[in-house]
Ligand binder design. Structure first.
Ligand code: 2M8
Length: 442
């Protein structure tokens, strides 16, 4: 498809403009009317290319929600607009560390240092941007410290998540087995708002929501204290995407420390820890596919579910060239919806189309997501697979150009699903379209 790059860029910028609320960008005005952590960071990556001041504000405002123990909450509640679970349900004041502002009590992957370095790299006035980095550096460091101490008492350099919402891949098949072991008891009455706004076939099931709410109940009982939660919660997983993103973010934090003249010894020690344990936990020798997976700390098993999560490790550079080739071969197979498909979008789906569990409509259980394409795109490019990377990039752009800026897409038809005018889709598109000469790496 021949796309008009300038028109598409303009549309993407307009979405970010409309979703801007003076201090932050909402993921989508109706379904997600507050500030989400990794959404804000993806948005800042897009804004770094076109509105750096706003990109800086986006990240700085996200850290207004940071807790005194370093936890960066996954939501800051910024308005009275309806969302469930809202601030009155989370009750962040159960924790002595919570800030005044109302937030959730869980985290999301730390994309922020990656975004902050993007802002610096794109800046036309780097001296001034150093001031922004100086402000943000200690806050990002505190957040990473929280993740590497409170969420990793095993000292593996890998992050433990307590809730599927922490992964960002909410109802992914990656969590099915762990959730199936949990029996819900004493659930409070609650009413979902999401399925009033989006077709329920495109959202998680009620049974999944019961478990989500139950897990939050348990965390509230522990007053959101990680040490206490570790002892009681039945959902404890070393998340491959979260840990991979943290590893990259730590590398970027080292670069930021260099730029502003800060000491980076502690960050280097975290990086070494991750390097030492990444394969030990996430891809032990007995895993025949050599793909990198999540590790369930309750069952002490690797979760061998083939999903787009196993593509994210390409982005870390930790894979051997051979492993990266295995990932690439795998993506070309059933996971790119290209050959034999009714349209021409070789884009990564959240789980393989060939998988019997794949559902083309349902959220993280089949559809295509733009963030999960842009990270492997960077990854395979870094491994030197330029034609494949170019093909993926063109496909992502084509998909959005043809079908609009949605939250996710049906991999069989390209049809947009979930929320419309979705911020990270717009932002990551801006980032891809702004990469300079499209054919520069061919
Ligand atoms: C989705 O998650 C929220 C809960 O955090 C929800 O379903 O209500 C996920 O796709 C998550 O990754 C994303 O950050 C959030 C906002 O876009 O929506």
């Amino acid at each position: 498809m021949k796309i008009e790059k300038d028109k598409l860029l303009l549309k993407a910028r307009k979405i970010l403009e409309n979703n801007w609320r003076g201090t932050h960008t909402v993921p989508s005005p109706d379904l997600y009317p507050h500030q989400w952590s990794w959404d804000s960071a993806f948005t800042a990556i897009g804004l770094a290319n076109c509105n750096r001041k706003r990109a800086e504000k986006e990240l700085l405002s996200m850290f207004e929600g940071q807790w005194k123990n370093g936890l960066l909450p996954h939501i800051i509640f910024r308005s009275k607009d309806s969302y469930f679970p809202g601030p009155e349900y989370w009750q962040n004041d159960l924790s002595p560390f919570a800030p005044e502002i109302k937030t959730s009590g869980i985290v999301q992957p730390p994309v922020h240092a990656i975004a902050a370095l993007c802002i610096y790299n794109q800046s036309l006035d780097r001296e001034r941007t150093k001031g922004f980095l100086k402000k943000l550096f200690p806050q990002m460091l505190e957040f990473h410290r929280y993740l590497l101490i409170e969420r990793d008492p095993e000292k593996t350099g890998l992050v433990t998540i307590f809730h599927p919402w922490e992964s960002g891949f909410d109802n992914s098949i990656r969590w099915d087995e762990a959730l199936s072991r949990i029996s819900v008891q004493g659930l409070p009455e609650y009413g979902r708002v999401d399925i009033k706004k989006v077709d329920k076939n495109q959202r998680p099931s009620n049974a999944a929501y019961d478990k989500y709410i139950y897990l939050v109940e348990l965390m509230k009982k522990s007053k959101y204290d990680a040490e206490a939660i570790y002892k009681t919660i039945p959902f404890k997983i070393k998340d491959v995407v979260f840990s991979s993103i943290l590893y990259i973010a730590n590398k970027n934090l080292i670069e930021i420390a260099r730029i502003i003249g800060e000491n980076d010894d502690e960050i280097r020690s975290w990086i070494e820890r991750t390097k030492k344990n990444y394969f030990k936990y996430l891809c032990p020798k007995k895993v025949k596919t050599r793909l990198v997976y999540d590790y369930d700390l309750v069952s002490n098993q690797v979760i061998q579910k083939r999903t787009s999560a196993s593509l994210i490790p390409t982005y870390t550079g930790l894979l051997s060239q051979e492993q990266a080739e295995a990932v690439l071969a795998w993506t070309k197979h059933a996971h790119f919806c290209s050959e034999g498909c009714i349209h021409d979008h070789p884009v990564v789906t959240s789980i393989p189309l060939s998988d019997e569990e794949s559902n083309p409509l349902n959220y993280w259980r089949g559809p295509i997501w733009i963030n999960i394409n842009s990270m492997p795109y960077q990854g395979i490019k870094n491994y030197g697979f330029y034609p494949e990377a170019k093909k993926l990039k063109d496909a992502i752009i084509d998909l959005v150009a043809e079908h609009g800026f949605h939250e996710y897409y049906n991999p069989l038809s390209g049809e947009g699903l979930g929320a419309n005018n979705f911020s990270w889709t717009a932002a990551l598109l801006i980032d891809l379209l702004s990469e300079g000469d499209d054919d520069s790496f061919i």
